[in-house]
Structures are given as C-alpha cells and as structure tokens.
Design a protein around this ligand. Structure first.
Ligand SMILES: Nc1ncnc2c1ncn2[C@@H]1O[C@H](COP(=O)(O)OP(=O)(O)O)[C@@H](O)[C@H]1O
Ligand SMILES: [Mg+2]
Length: 772
C-alpha cells in the first residue's frame, strides 16, 4: 500500500520508509520532509516505523559527525567542500542529467544532507535495497558429488550503510559477492532468491558497480586521464564537455586523488601510484556513474593499515551518500572494523553472524566466546572460526604464556569445528536471525524502482572514438606494445636486406628470391606475437569494463583496429622498404607498394589471430604457445617448405593450405616478384627462364587470378579473425549461461534435488550493454 502525504511545492525531498505494520503488511510512506517523516511514523503509530526512523536518523546524524571526523583529512575535507559547493551553492542543473541512468542522478540532483534531518531522497531516486534468501552456491566435482561453496545464506543490505563480508580465506566471501552481483564462475550452480528493490535480481551494469580485487588499469594513463576516458565512454554524448569535466574533477576529489591526479598509474617500465591510490582509482571508475549498489572484493587487501583505513573511510563516505555498499574483507584492523555498519561473518560458506557490527561482540560473548580485552575484535572473530588456527594452537602448546592463557580461554576447550557449530546454532536460534528474516520479508515486499539501466549512456560512435583515442595513447606510451617491435622489425629487415643484398636474376637467385619473400611474409610477421602480453593487459581492462557494461565488444574491436593501424602501417613500411630496396626485388613502385600492402595484411592477420586466441585463452603464456603453434602450422602449408601439389591431399592441402594466410601471402608475393622478370638458365647456352615458368612449374602456383585477389584473401582473414573474437565473446556471454542453467537443472533433477525452473539462475558472465 502506498500513501502519499502532501507533496512539497519544490522538487520533492522525500524519504521512503519501509515498515511492516501488524495489520497492513507493508506500508510504504513517501514523506516530503523530515517533519512529514515523523508525522508518517506517528500516524501509523507503528513502532517498527519509529524504530526505522530513529535508526535512520541516528545513522545519518552519525554520518554528519563522521564527516567532521573525516575532515581531519585534508583531501576528505576538500572533497566534501567541493561537493557541497557543486550540489548546494551551485547545483548542477544539467538538462542532460535527466538522461542519465536514474541511478546516476542522485548525487548531482537529489541527495542532499541536511543538518537537521536524515538523508533526503526524492521519490524518483531509486535506492538499492538488496535481499538474498536461502542462497546456495555449489560446484559439481568429479564423481557427481557436489561441493557447497555457500550454504543457505540469507541477508540484506540497505542504502546508506556499508556491509562487511568477513571470514577466513576460502570462507566464500568472494563467492557471495559474485553471486549477489551475478558474476559467478561458469562451473557453479546457484539456487535461492536475490532481490533488488523487491524485484527478482537481474542485475545490470551501471546500477551496480563491482570493484574486483585486482586493479586492472591502463598503466600508461594518468589518474585524471583514466577517469576522463571512462567518463567519456559512459556519459551521454549530448552532455557538455565542461559538465563531464566537472564530474571527473569531483570524482577525483571525492576519492581524495587530487594529489596524484597527474601521476601515471604505472606499469613494468613506468613507476606509478601506490597500492592504496590504485585502489581508489578503481573505485573512482566505478562510482563515476553514481551507482546505487557498490560491490568491492577485498578493497583493502595488500594495503598497509593507513591506506586501508583511508580506502574504508572513503567507502563509508560513499555509503553515506545513499549508496548500498557491500565489500569483502579478510582481516581488518580495529580502526577499520569500527567503520563497519553491518557485519556478515562467514566460515566454510555458512553464516556465523549477520547483524550490526557493533553487536557482534555481544553475540560472541553470549555464545560463550567473549572477545578478550585488548584484542582486535575482528582478530578474535576470525580466530574463533578459522580452522587453520587449530595448527597455530598446536604449535603454541609448548609456550608457558600459552599454557597460562589456555586455562581461561574458552576457545581452548573446543575444536574449531565445534566452535563453528556452536556459533552457527547460536545465530540460527537468535533473535537477530529472526529479525533478519522479518527484515528480508519487509524489504522484498516493497516493489521499488527497477534498477536496470545500461552501463553506458554514450553512443557507439562516442565509445569507439574515446576507446580509439585511449588505446592509441596507450600504444604510443607503452614501449612494449609497438615501439620495441618496430625496432626489432627494422633490425631483422636490415639482416634480411644484407643477407639477400641485391639478389639479382642469376640462376641461383631464383630460389633465393623465393626464400627471401617467404621469410618476410612468414617469419617476420611471426614476430607480431610479441605484442600479445600487452594485448592481454588490454583484454583485462576490457573484461573489467565489459563486465561493468562500459561499452560493447564491437566498439572495442573497431577501436583496437583503428588505433593499431598507424603502428602496423609504420612497421610494414619500415620493414617493407628496407627489405625491398636492399634485396633489390622486382623494380617499380607499384611492385614495392604491393609488397608492403601484402606485408601489412600479414602483420594485421597475426594481430587478429592473436586477438581470437585471447578470446579463448586468457593466460598470456598459453596464448603465445597456442598462437605460435597455429602460425607454425600455417607456415608449413604455405607452399614453400613443401610445394602445394606435394602436400598430402587430405587435410594438409584441402583445407589447411587454403585456410593458411601464408599460402595466399606467398602466392601474391611470388606473382609480384617473378612475373615479368627473366632469369639466367643453369648454363649460358640455354635460353633464359621466365618468371611465369618459375611460378607455374617450380612453385606450382595457379595464375588464373591476380596477385591482388591473393592479397584480398589476407584481409578477409584479418576481418574473419576479428569476427571470431567478437563472436567468441558474445557466445560466451549469451549462450553459455543458458546452457549452464539447463545443464544445472538436468544435473539437479538427476541427483533428485527438486529445483524449480525459477530457482536455477543463469549466471551471466558479462552484461549486454546493448551496443554489441
Ligand atoms: N568456481 C569455483 N570452482 C570451484 N571451487 C571454487 C570456485 N570458486 C570458489 N571456489 C572455492 O570456494 C571456496 C570459497 O572461495 P572464495 O569465495 O573465493 O573465498 P574467499 O573469498 O572467502 O577467500 C574456496 O575453497 C574456493 O576454492
Ligand atoms: Mg576472495
């Protein structure tokens, strides 16, 4: 039931209250102000509502004081000052913000902090209320047995709060976040209900942001450039440049990155940001579109305690802007622990505790495992549930101090498995578990705004343009991408040029010319594999951005092709010119042009082939081995090492030789070089040999089509491999989840588990950003 209280004259600042009245199951109030909020609570005379209000008020007034705590940090202070300037004194009144995803609007238009009241959210501003019930994730092991990764978990996450998923290593923290965000691995099965705003989760891209454990950033870009390109990839084309800049700058300030804004992120040859700064850049990229739901997998791992604290404090600030923040954390310091609102403690995929972080102490004490004084609470909780600690206890048994403590330590009386059982039972029978179930019911009954939105508001053209620019800058700055290869190509070309220097038209040069062109079209292009590691780095960034819906696969393919083109042309021209003129191949500019265009095609095909390989094999070592293997086979059937008609007919001649770009490249190169030339015969008494005779009789090449058709075939392969890349990624995203869901259902039925079609959720690997 929905009750509208009197609407305010100005743009409404309302609060949405969820409550469960004893008679009316779910009551949703829209109160235009804090006073109305109170009025609503009194009118309903509902203790739950009043509690919710008090709780909200406490939180939000708390956040005010926390903001002042944060003010000790200069960057935090300046960030909030900037924010208050942009949102209050000079509010961003962009007509375009209406075109942003509904989630994106909040920070700029709607969310305002009032000193006297709670967080104000207008009715059209969707907050994200996330619930999960009976969530089970399992993997099938060999022998048809199943391993449970998550066992019947239930919980909820609210806007304005941050929730820590804590537990020992391997307890299922990442699995839980992946399950909630719809990013589970392909081999897992998931059952249970995940709701966002009371709707069955179909999580998308833009409404939800996921910051992975690994910082996948482009090392050669500065922080400002990284955020700037990300903004241009996603914000609407029609939004003025200045406004996009505003968003970029405010995000930099919000994340406290202004001091390192012009520092490069850093890569193997470039010193860059610290771990904490990289983390904050990763978060900045995800909050650009103002998502309402933010997932972070171990945002503090690998950071020192001060950096971890700053990252956490920033996250707290983000949650206080009305976002729902969920993150996993392994072992926080006591300062970091004190920042948590909610705690979800896991062990072996089971719930040990879910509730207010501040009440965890009490829960452990009541369960018989009080936290000793002067011990970090998170250390104590993990110590209770970490089975690896058993071994630590064993090795400490001999120490005198340990023996003294053992007498009073309740943990000494039980094995870790027993402690976990005691705690799990204590939680399952606690009032907290019942309150959680009630709250999940309450929240899931209220149908809020559907948070679906596409991750990017930019057009395909804008995405491609921005990606091309970004990729070109990266290729220019990354020594390993093309520069090192260009140098190697020039070096090898000089070697080829000196070895075949002025090869001439003697009888002996007939084979030498063939060997020279074969080497250039085959082995020289082989070196393009060298760019694979850099491409794999690009792919990591692509996969992260793709999973978060920043742009489509097609935009990436086109941008990569365009941005690499100048470098490939440079390599082809440099290598082609040196080889051609030093070896003194067929005279004439058009022949030289053909040689270079053919070479460009070959280098481009190897690049595209490696792209196709990368879409299947993401490990760079495996990728290089696979690519090199394929290229080796293509070279074998090209017609130089074994003449075409002498190749075994089945498989090697048909179809392999026709599928090898080297075959077409060689045919074209031979026709280009030999046709029109005359060569000395073995004896001066014999008539000279024509190029035509050599090609047809010696190299068994068909002259019924022109050399340009041969070259055209190389470019067909170039496009085809890029299409393979595109289709592979699409197939992976679109078909695999459904095939997997189908197989899961079949397996479950086979095992006699009754899974309804509703409960088996196809796990999307990547979003459909709608822009192919
Ligand atoms: N896709 C998967 N296939 C098989 N086992 C998995 C998979 N994902 C996670 N696991 C296992 O599930 C357990 C929990 O993993 P994870 O959620 O990554 O733990 P945490 O993040 O708490 O360290 C681990 O034992 C891990 O090996
Ligand atoms: Mg993990």
């Amino acid at each position: 039931m929905l009750k509208d209280l009197d609407k305010p004259a100005s743009r409404s600042r309302a609060v949405v209250i969820f409550s469960m009245a004893p008679k009316e199951n779910t009551v949703l109030y829209k109160a235009p102000s804090f006073e109305h909020y109170n009025q609503a609570a009194q009118k309903n005379n509902n203790s739950h509502t009043q509690f919710a209000h008090n709780e909200n008020y406490r939180r939000n007034s708390g956040s005010e004081s926390e903001c002042s705590d944060a003010a000790i940090l200069h960057r935090q202070t300046s960030a909030s000052t900037y924010r208050s300037e942009t949102t209050q004194s000079t509010p961003v009144q962009s007509p375009y913000l209406g075109n942003l995803s509904p989630l994106s609007q909040s920070l700029w238009k709607n969310v305002k902090k009032s000193k006297s009241g709670p967080l104000m959210i207008s009715p059209d501003d969707p907050t994200a209320w996330l619930t999960w019930k009976d969530l089970t994730v399992s993997v099938s092991l060999a022998g048809a047995s199943t391993h449970l990764l998550l066992d019947n978990l239930s919980g909820y996450a609210e806007p304005g709060h941050m929730m820590a998923v804590m537990g020992p290593s391997g307890s299922g923290k990442s699995t839980l976040l992946d399950a909630l965000a719809g990013r589970l691995a392909k081999n897992t099965m998931m059952t249970g209900d995940v709701h966002v705003n009371g709707r069955h989760r179909k999580l998308s891209y833009g409404s939800v942001a996921f910051v992975t454990q690994e910082d996948t950033l482009i090392g050669t870009l500065t922080v400002r450039e990284t955020i700037f390109y990300s903004a241009h990839l996603r914000l609407p084309d029609a939004m003025p440049w200045s406004e996009k800049e505003n968003i970029v700058e405010s995000t930099i300030l919000e994340m406290g990155l202004q001091d390192c804004a012009d520092t490069a992120v850093g890569n193997w040859h470039l010193r860059g940001l610290s771990g904490g700064e990289k983390r904050r850049v990763s978060i900045a990229l995800e909050i650009l579109m103002r998502p309402r739901l933010l997932f972070l997998d171990e945002p503090t791992s690998g950071l020192d305690s001060a950096s971890a604290f700053f990252v956490m404090q920033t996250l707290r600030g983000l949650s206080r802007d009305g976002r729902t923040v969920l993150f996993s954390i392994h072992q926080p310091s006591s300062e970091v622990f004190a920042l948590f609102d909610k705690l979800y403690l896991l062990s072996g995929g089971r719930t040990i505790y879910f509730g207010d972080a501040t009440h965890a102490h009490e829960f452990f004490a009541q369960a018989g495992f009080p936290c000793p004084q002067r011990r970090n609470p998170s250390d104590h909780f993990l110590r209770c549930v970490n089975s690896d600690f058993e071994r630590v206890k064993q090795s400490l048994r001999s120490s005198v101090r340990h023996r003294k403590n053992a007498a009073v330590d309740p943990l000494e009386k039980h094995t870790t498995a027993e402690v976990i059982d005691i705690l799990t039972n204590a939680y399952n029978t606690s009032g907290q578990a019942i309150a959680t179930a009630v709250k999940i019911y309450e929240i899931s009954q209220v149908k809020g705004l559907n948070l679906e939105s596409s991750g990017s508001q930019a057009s395909f053209f804008m995405q491609t343009k921005t990606l091309t620019k970004r990729s070109f800058i990266n290729m220019t700055r990354d020594l390993g991408y093309y520069w090192l290869r260009l140098i190697t190509y020039i070096f090898v070309a000089i070697c080829v040029g000196t070895i075949y220097f002025k090869v001439g038209t003697s009888y002996n040069s007939i084979l030498a010319r063939g060997a020279c062109t074969s080497y250039v079209a085959g082995f020289v292009t082989f070196m393009s594999i060298g760019g694979f590691p850099s491409f794999i780095e690009d792919m990591k960034v692509f996969q992260r951005e793709r999973l978060n819906g920043h742009y489509g696969v097609w935009a990436f393919v086109v941008a990569n092709t365009l941005s690499s083109f100048p470098f490939l042309v440079a390599i082809a021209i440099a290598t082609g010119t040196i080889c051609y003129y030093m070896a003194g191949l067929h005279p004439g500019f058009t022949h030289y042009l053909f040689f270079t265009i053919n070479l460009l095609g070959c280098i481009g095909v190897v690049e595209s082939l490696m792209m196709a390989v990368a879409s299947v094999v993401s490990n760079f070592l495996l990728g290089i081995v696979t690519g090199a293997g394929l290229l080796g086979v293509f070279m074998l059937v090209a017609g130089f090492f074994r003449l075409p008609n002498e190749l075994p007919k089945i498989f090697w001649r048909y179809p392999m030789s026709y599928l090898s770009f080297n075959y077409w490249a060689l045919q074209g190169q031979y026709k280009n070089d030999y046709l029109g030339l005359q060569f000395d015969n073995v004896s001066p008494l014999l008539p000279p040999i024509t190029g035509e005779e050599i090609i047809t009789e010696k190299f068994q090449i068909d002259l019924s089509w022109s050399k340009w058709w041969d070259t055209a075939m190389i470019y067909v392969f170039l496009v085809a491999y890029r299409l393979v890349f595109f289709l592979n990624i699409k197939l992976n995203e679109k078909v695999t989840p459904y095939v997997r869901a189908f197989l899961t259902k079949q397996t479950a039925q086979w095992k006699g588990q009754k899974l309804s079609s509703k409960t088996v959720i196809p796990v999307k690997q990547s979003p459909d950003a709608g822009r192919g």
